[in-house]
Design a protein around this ligand. Structure first.
Ligand SMILES: [Zn+2]
Length: 409
């Protein structure tokens, strides 16, 4: 076990999140630092998805129990859902998934084939009952935010094409995080089981066609994949992106699913070119998965030393003595006003201690402000890993930081 990378240990050491018995098991409390990482991940994925033609929507965290009975989720996921909440004379559920909410949104008006595919995305708060023994830090929690989407497609071919685009997006974001296919993550084609008609929607023809098309797609793409029978969703086959945590435990982190079942249950149709009403196909996909779980993986992947764009504190300013505090303050204000998450260490600690604390917090950069910096109106910028500092003008520092943040390198 790689103790040094364990996200539970690092999360405490870097003060990113905690749990409280008074709030409840598996319900994470993110500090302002942890919340900063989550917010940056969310901004990043929303912007990237909008660029790729997704429409971001918002739907409620609870809905009537009948909605999940209609979708078929209720019998299949009953054990991982919370008990119904009685409101007036009706029963409501904390939502365990977003799909039926998005389908109801699609159904608000008729659609033409010209509008498809419609890529409906949401950063959705979800609630699932995980057994106490399964809970683990941010990796397994009872409430989380899923970067979810449902793509309404006109036929199987369009659905398969969209699955390809979703995998492109997953590979793009994985690359940003410095994750390598085959080493840090790998694909698993999760298949159904025709004999088990209780667990899987009973439509052997649709299963055969869907699985064949997905296997063909995976064979065309570069990179290996494994196959796992009996790991599909009840409504269709899926491609899971598998990763291992610091303890070697494998988990599905992202997923792309092909669905020929929900369109039947929700009567999702569109007007075809010939004017007839045709049944749609749906792709369910997560791009960065459950944000909390991704955070757990990234804390371990970076061993807590986040790249600049994700770092809760991006730069610390360390004045050596009182005489340097005014200029240090000036630099602090300049950086903050430019949107940089800068922190000023105004304590009376010796410089050595200030530097040690900065390195323990794994802050990417720090400025030491002394006589020469004040006299020359310059800054000396040092990195958490580099030895010698680099002297530059405040404007050059700003340009350097902004470039690194924007390129997410
Ligand atoms: Zn879904």
């Amino acid at each position: 076990m790689e103790q040094e990378r364990d996200h539970k240990k690092l999360g405490k050491q870097l003060d990113l999140f905690t749990f409280s018995d008074a709030v409840g098991k598996g319900l994470p409390l993110l500090t302002h630092k942890g919340a900063t990482i989550k917010r940056e991940l969310e901004r990043f994925i929303i912007d990237e998805e909008i660029k790729r033609g997704y429409q971001h929507v918002l739907t409620p965290d609870i809905a009537k129990l009948d909605l999940y009975k209609k979708s078929g989720h209720y019998p299949h996921y009953k054990d991982s859902m919370y008990a119904p909440i009685q409101i007036d004379d009706e029963e409501f559920m904390l939502r365990p998934m977003t799909c039926p909410h998005h389908f109801e949104l699609y159904l608000r008006k008729p659609h033409s084939y010209r509008e498809l595919p419609i890529r409906m995305a949401e950063l959705a708060g979800l609630y699932r009952y995980e057994q106490s023994g399964e809970l683990m830090g941010l990796q397994r929690v009872r409430t989380f935010c899923l970067a979810d989407a449902h793509i309404i497609c006109k036929d199987e071919e369009q659905a398969i094409e969209e699955i390809g685009y979703a995998l492109d997006l997953i590979e793009y974001v994985s690359n940003i995080f410095g994750l390598t296919m085959g080493k840090d993550y790998w694909y698993r084609l999760s298949l159904g089981n025709r004999e088990d008609t209780e667990k899987y929607y009973d439509n052997p023809e649709a299963w055969n066609k869907g699985e064949d098309l997905m296997r063909e797609l995976m064979q065309k793409r570069k990179g290996d994949f494994t196959e796992a029978k009996g790991e599909a969703a009840f409504y269709g086959p899926k491609i899971d992106v598998q990763m291992k945590n610091a303890n070697g435990k494998e988990d599905s982190v992202f997923t792309v699913q092909y669905d020929f079942c929900m369109p039947d249950k929700f009567n999702l149709t569109y007007t075809a070119e010939d004017g007839s009403q045709k049944r749609a196909f749906v792709v369910h996909r997560s791009s960065i998965g459950a944000v909390e779980r991704l955070m757990a993986f990234l804390i371990e992947h970076y061993a807590g030393a986040f790249p600049l764009w994700l770092s809760p504190t991006q730069i610390k300013i360390l004045p050596i003595a009182d005489a340097h505090k005014e200029y240090a303050n000036e630099m602090h204000t300049m950086l903050k006003e430019a949107g940089i998450r800068a922190e000023l260490d105004e304590s009376n600690d010796a410089l050595g201690k200030k530097i040690r604390n900065t390195k323990l917090e794994k802050v990417p950069y720090f400025l030491v402000i002394g006589d020469s910096e004040v006299a020359n109106k310059k800054v000396k910028v040092e990195g958490r890993d580099s030895g010698e500092g680099e002297v530059m003008s405040p404007q050059d520092l700003l340009t350097k930081l902004q470039k690194e943040i924007n390129t997410k390198k």
